[in-house]
Structures are given as C-alpha cells and as structure tokens.
Design a protein. Structure first.
Ligand code: GLC
Ligand code: GLC
Length: 814
C-alpha cells in the first residue's frame, strides 16, 4: 500500500494520508540553521548543533509518536470548532490532506469545513530563520470568521539538559514581547549572546508565552485550552516552559484567501552590544529587527523561496540521467542526491532516530559521505576534509568522532577503530578525482588540533597508511582494534557488564584479532594513494604502496580465503570469523563485498566465487544481509554484533550501507543485471508499493531493513542519516551507469542491465558539461567512445584544454 506518490516534475513526494506508518520526515535548511519536519508538522529546529543550540522542543520516543512541532491551529469562531490543518496535533479527520516534501521545504495543505489551508515551511538561504507561509482560503459560500493560531515550544538551548535538568530549568525561562514579536531569552542574562524569536506578519489578537496557560492544566497540544476558548491570554513566561503562540483573526468573504507569514529565527548579538539600552537587561533588537521585517513580507518570502529552488536546481543539475528505469532516475536525479546533502549537513546528528544529542561527526562516516556530495559541494567538501584531517592523531590514528561546534576529536568515544584512518584517503581521493584541485595536498593541517603540529595534508595520508602497517596481527592481516567498519564486531571488548559501551570497553591487548575487511580497505586505499603519488611524480613512493597492497592481497589469499568466500576476521583467540567452520556467522558481506570492490580475486576466480556465495547465502528479496547464520546468542568474544536479536542491525540485518559494495563487486565482474537487481531491491522508490511493510519514507534510504531472521523481515528503520545515501549514489552513478571520476578525467564504463537499450546523462565535471549518450548494440560491457564525433582510445574522456565548455560523448556498448 502507498501513502502518496512521487511528483518528479516538482521534485516532491506527495503524501496523501497523514497517518503514515512512521513520521515521514524532511529537512529544512542547508547551511547553519536547520530543522527536521514530519508530514504532520512535527519536528524541531536548531542552529548548527542539534544538541547545544536547539531552538524548539521535540519529544523523542513519545506516545503518540512525533510530538512537538510547528503547529498551526484554525478555529471557526462561529461554530467554535478547531482543528490542525497539518492533522497533528488535533488529528481531526480532514476533508483532504496533502503534504509535499520538496527540496528544502515542506508544504502541508488540507481542507476542513470549507476552510482550506496551506502552510509552506522553509529556511531561506544565508539566513538563520525559518518561514511559515500560511494561506487560508474560504471555500464556503458565506463569510467565515476564522481564528488562526501558530505555536512552538522553546527548548532551553542545550537539548540534553533541557530533557533532564528540571530542578534548574523550571526556573530559568525568560521571554520578552515587543511589537508583537516573541523573544526567547533564557540564559541571555548571563553567558549567551543569542536568542530566538517568533514573529507574525499580521497584527495579533493576542499571544501566549507560558505553555501551561496556552495548553491548560493537564492538557496536551491536541486540545489547547486557549485555542478552544478562541483567546490567548498575553502571558509572559517566568520559568517553567516558555513558548510562543500568535493569534490572528480573519474575516474571509466567500472565496477569499489571506496569507499570514510567521518567522521563527535565531540571532546572535555582538557580546558588547547584548543589551539596549546598554546596562539594561533588555535584548538589543536593533540588528535583528530589519531581518524580521524583511521576511514577514510575503513578497520577500516568495523571493527567498525562489532562490532556494534555484539553489537546488544548481546542485542537482551537476548530474542528471535518463534511463529506462524510473526508480533509478528519480533516486539519482532527485532524492538520493538530496539525501547525500542531508548526510553531509547533518552527519548522524538529527533525525527521527538520531536525537541530536548523541553522536558527533564520525571520521569514517564523514569521509564516506563525501563520495555522495563532493560533486555538488566541492568547496564544502574541501573544508570538511581539512577539518577531519586536523583531528587525526600523530600516530595516524583517528578519533572515531568529532564535535561539529568545536571541530575537536571527541575523547569520550576515543579512537582505535583501525579502519578509520584509511577512509581519509578514500575521501581525499574522491575530492581530487572530482576537482583536480591538487593544492589541497599542500594545505598545512594540524594533528589533534595542536597548534604547531601542522604538516601538509599529504603527510596525513601517508600516516594513515603507516598506521595500518604498524598494526599487523599473527597472520599478517591488519589488527582490528575496537572495531572496523562494522562497529559492532568488537573483538577486544569482552564485556559482561550491563550498560558498558561496546564501543569503548577494551579488555584485551588487541594484538591478536585481525580484520580481513581492513586488509581489503587497505588494498583499495593503498592503490588510491599510489595513484596520487604517481600523479605527483613520486614514483618510488607509489611503488612502495603498490608493494604493500600486493602483500596484503597475498595475505588475504593465504589467510583470508575460506575456500568459497573471504573470511571476515580472526578473533582474540585466533579463531576464524565468517568461515564455513563457524557454527554461526559463517559468511559476511563486508569482506566479500569490499574485496570484490577492490578488485581482489578478480583474475583467479575468488571474487566470482565470493559474489556467488553472497548471492546464495546472504541475498534476499529485500536486500543483502550482513551475515548468516545470524547469531542466536550473545558471544562474549564477538561483542555488540551478537547483542542484537537475529535479523536486526549488524546481526544479519540488511545494512543498506554495505549492499553497494556487492553491487560494485558485481559490476567489476561485468554482471550488470545482478548489480542493478541488488540496487533495486533496496531502492526506496522501488519499494514504495510495500510501504506498509517497509514503513520508512519511500524517498530516502534507511540504514537498515530487517533481515530474513527477523519476524519483521523487510521492515526498514533509521532512515535519512546513513552512509547508505553516499554508497548507493556512488554505486549506481559511478559503477552501474559507470560515469566515473578519475584523476585523468571522466571515465565512462557502464555495466548496465542487458535489457537496457542505453541511457543518456549530463554531467558537469571540472567546469565542463558532458552530454553523454550510451547505446547498447551488443550484450557485453565493452565500450567504444566518440568525443564530439571523434573516436578516442580507451574510456577516459580527457578534460578539454581548448576552452570548450560542452562536450558530446557517445558510447556504444557491444
Ligand atoms: C553505522 C555507523 C557506521 C558503521 C555502521 C556499521 O552506520 O554510523 O560508522 O560503519 O553503522 O556498524
Ligand atoms: C550502535 C549501532 C551501530 C553504530 C554504533 C556506533 O552500535 O548499532 O550501527 O555504528 O552504534 O554509534
């Protein structure tokens, strides 16, 4: 069953039934001010850091779910009936309802008792505020007296503290109201120089800033006493829970429409100009007032919305494709690219599943995210790389996470995830291939943010390699450390104490447990760095990296091969993981997928055999599971992976993040049909028809789909913020469609389904527009290219040196 449909023209997903299986979310904002918003207006807003600068409250894991939001209420002042045009929070049955989630905006429209309402929410570019444009239309044949209310609940900035420290928080809340604008100034009197505000374009009939007064005792957002009464009491909050509500009275003739604009925003004052007059305790509003006035003007709001559209047009036009498969097209052209930008902006901080108070930016996650957005935002990718590298430790190791506000390594989570440093090479390589900006390698970058420790970025990459070489186990494979890509394979943890973190507990010296996956990643990263070194004329160094990667290829063949597939690891006792000898966890996706992706075993049949085994033992109709058989009990020596019930998360769930490694592996074997088939099994758009089972949004990937061992096989969880976005984008674009960036230019090597007659694409690459059309004439993957009508050797289209800004590329597959 579906709950809506795609509108590809408008780049929107249109939800037509409000009670979706889970809240279906969207993001507002793309620079510094952000919000999450559900299809029924739930969600919250923050400035830069979802934990430390949270503007509004949201109640995670609440019943009913998805509570706290940007709530508008309408009230028919004659019948005294009131309702929420976004369905929540009153859940009144609406005559019709649509929620359009688009690129950086959400518009919710509905009709009830002849009154139509649409609210469009978005964040203008370059501003720290959000706009709600509410349009109310009277569809009756007679005049209507309508009250419109808009409300938000302020969060007292630090979301963690806000949800726990009530002995203090119930006494700190403060607001000011001036010219109808509600200013939230909790803690402004002391160390904060920022405040929030909530403004309304129309002269108000009243306001409210004290939550209990607005809602009434023991009432919730579904039945606020003040809305019921049709009157706000102009309260000024002292302590408790400051909020903002505005009341506007509308008299609408038959057919008449009126627009009200609400602006919710964040503002920082210079520290020495906090108060006006100086010495008082009143917020200095001189700097913020013009901003508020500007966006309360509907014409300005519309213009800002138009700018946002143009911005997204620009980002998405960097790569557009037209294939015979609609699900491929809309994910690549719209939603997958959009999700990649969300993972870049949010990392893993704020979603319906990430509470915004937990994790910082992951070192490995952020480097992988780069694969999905570097073509749209190269300048920001550069900045991200330098930030990440500056948290690297002198040993070459990495903090597992860093905090976005301070940009410092997060000591609480620590480091020692031995795959982490290698991802920096993957990220930098993707950046170089995209931009050709070699200057980045010369950027001086600190280690552990220590002033004076600056070394060129290139040296950071060298140390990443050295870090792995310095940590080799008994079989000559890289030591795993706390974990590798699979955060839950904690082979040195041995935790039997409830509540201990699997991620940071270590009871072993870490000198035995080895990872075949890291060996494969090393081969991949080592070759990337060798190519970079070679490009710079460092031939001896390049040769050394190649020698080291070859050594690892051999170790994998000698100690990482199980006869039919690649092993996963060796545990602290030196016992195999991911072997036919194991009782459970005989075969894993990561080592097999990544070996094939890295081209290991391509010529001796190992990759072919491994991919077959993955197809046989791990692939399901809903995607490829992490391992089989699932762990049926907790294994002290394996850690968190065996803590999950079978079929969930790393314990044999379908981790959508790693499925692309197998897709890429299949393309390396020339299997376009299978690669695209795997791609389609987890493609959210292709799963739209089974929304009741899948439950998460049909327009973005979820991190996980329950595996075949789970009672809920096929159910997705943890949508939006996952490496799945970047990897699937990278797999389909660069390996299946085969439009691949390389250091030398744009490589064209499609491995597409046999049934496709071809496809066309446009790609803006290093300032040049490539108009690509691929035609299938035979059943294979061999390609012959012409560039502007001239045949070329090989399949790399060189970047034009004669100033041409458009290049026509034709490819014939035979
Ligand atoms: C989560 C983490 C990622 C990890 C994966 C597998 O997605 O963010 O870093 O690789 O889980 O454990
Ligand atoms: C949990 C999750 C895993 C994630 C890890 C790191 O273990 O199951 O997916 O990578 O936390 O935060």
């Amino acid at each position: 069953m579906k709950y809506g449909h795609f509108d590809d023209q408008q780049r929107e997903y249109v939800i037509t039934q409000p009670d979706t299986p889970l809240p279906w979310m969207n993001y507002l904002g793309c620079q510094a001010y952000f919000g999450i918003i559900s299809n029924t207006a739930g969600g919250y807003s923050f400035y830069r850091d979802a934990r430390l600068r949270r503007l509004t409250r949201y109640r995670y894991n609440n019943v009913p779910m998805d509570f706290g939001g940007r709530y508008v209420y309408l009230r028919d002042d004659e019948s005294k009936q009131f309702w929420s045009p976004s369905w929540e929070p009153t859940r009144t049955e609406l005559k019709h309802y649509t929620c359009r989630h688009g690129m950086g905006y959400t518009a919710i429209q509905s009709e009830y008792v002849g009154i139509e309402a649409e609210t469009r929410y978005f964040v203008p570019l370059d501003e720290n505020l959000e706009i709600w444009q509410l349009t109310v239309t009277n569809r009756r044949e007679t005049t209507a007296q309508i009250s419109a209310f808009a409300s938000i609940e302020f969060c007292l900035w630090d979301a963690q503290d806000d949800a726990t420290n009530f002995q203090r928080n119930f006494s700190t809340g403060q607001v000011e109201v001036e010219d109808g604008v509600i200013y939230h100034k909790t803690e402004y009197r002391e160390r904060r120089n920022h405040f929030a505000y909530f403004a309304c374009s129309e002269p108000g009939a009243g306001f409210e800033t004290q939550r209990e007064s607005f809602l009434g005792r023991y009432r919730g957002w579904d039945r606020p006493a003040s809305v019921e009464a049709g009157e706000l009491k102009n309260t000024i909050a002292h302590g408790w829970s400051p909020m903002g509500a505005h009341h506007v009275k509308l008299e609408l003739a038959a057919g008449e429409s009126r627009q009200i604009v609400f602006v919710l925003g964040y503002h920082e004052n210079p520290v020495d100009e906090k108060f006006d007059p100086p010495g008082s305790q009143t917020i200095n509003k001189r700097l913020v007032k013009p901003v508020i006035a500007k966006y309360l003007d509907a014409i300005q709001a519309d213009a800002a919305f138009e700018k946002l559209r143009v911005y997204w047009d620009g980002l998405l036009s960097v790569f557009q494709v037209d294939t015979p498969d609609i699900h491929t097209n809309r994910m690549v052209n719209i939603w997958n690219a959009y999700q990649c930008m969300a993972t870049f902006n949010m990392s893993r901080s704020a979603s319906f599943y990430e509470s915004g108070i937990g994790r910082g930016l992951g070192f490995r996650d952020s480097n992988q995210d780069l694969l999905g957005f570097v073509h749209m935002a190269p300048v920001r990718a550069r900045e991200r790389i330098l930030d990440l590298a500056a948290t690297q430790l002198p040993s070459g190791g990495a903090y597992h996470q860093y905090q976005p506000l301070t940009k410092r390594g997060n000591n609480d989570i620590g480091g020692g995830f031995n795959d982490d440093p290698l991802w920096l090479i993957v990220g930098v390589s993707a950046y170089l291939k995209e931009t050709g900006d070699w200057s980045i390698l010369h950027e001086p970058v600190q280690y552990d943010n220590e002033p004076g420790s600056e070394q060129p970025l290139y040296e950071h990459l060298q140390r990443s390699i050295q870090y792995t070489l310095d940590r080799v186990g008994p079989h000559g494979l890289p030591l795993i450390g706390r974990a590798d890509w699979n955060d839950c394979l904690n082979l040195n943890c041995f935790s039997d104490t409830p509540g201990q973190s699997f991620q940071t507990t270590t009871n072993k010296d870490g000198k035995v447990a080895e990872s075949v996956f890291i060996a494969a990643l090393f081969v991949h990263a080592g070759r990337e760095l060798a190519a970079i070194a070679k490009h710079r004329g460092l031939d001896a160094e390049a040769a050394r990296y190649i020698r080291e990667t070859e050594k690892n290829v051999k170790v994998i063949a000698d100690h990482g091969w199980d006869g039919e597939w690649f092993l996963r690891a060796y545990d602290d006792f030196g016992a195999k993981i991911g072997s036919r000898e194991c009782e459970e966890g005989k075969i894993f996706i990561e080592s097999n997928g990544f070996c094939a992706l890295a081209g290991i075993g391509l010529h001796d049949g190992k990759a072919e055999s491994a991919m077959k085994a993955v197809g046989k033992h791990l692939a399901t109709k809903h995607g490829i599971v992490v391992q089989q058989p699932a762990y049926s009990k907790y294994y002290l020596q394996l850690g968190e992976i065996s803590s999950y019930p079978p079929g969930y998360k790393e314990n044999a769930g379908i981790f959508c993040h790693v499925n692309p490694w197998v897709m890429i592996g299949e393309t390396r074997l020339g299997h376009g049909d299978l690669a695209h088939d795997y791609y389609s099994r987890i493609n959210p758009s292709a799963r739209e028809e089974i929304s009741d089972l899948h439950r998460c949004e049909p327009y973005v990937y979820a991190q996980m789909i329950a595996g075949k061992d789970a009672p809920t096989f096929g159910e997705a969880k943890n949508s939006w913020l996952t490496g799945t976005a970047a990897w699937n984008y990278y797999a389909i674009v660069q390996w299946i469609l085969g439009i691949r960036t390389s250091l030398e230019g744009l490589e064209i090597a499609p491995v597409i389904p046999k049934s496709w007659p071809g496809f066309t694409a446009t790609r803006v690459f290093r300032g040049v527009v490539y108009m690509i059309s691929i035609e299938r004439k035979g059943q294979g993957n061999a390609i012959a290219l012409t560039v502007d009508g001239e045949p070329i050797q090989g399949n790399v289209v060189p970047v034009p040196t004669d100033g041409r800004k458009e290049v026509v590329v034709n490819g014939i597959l035979s």
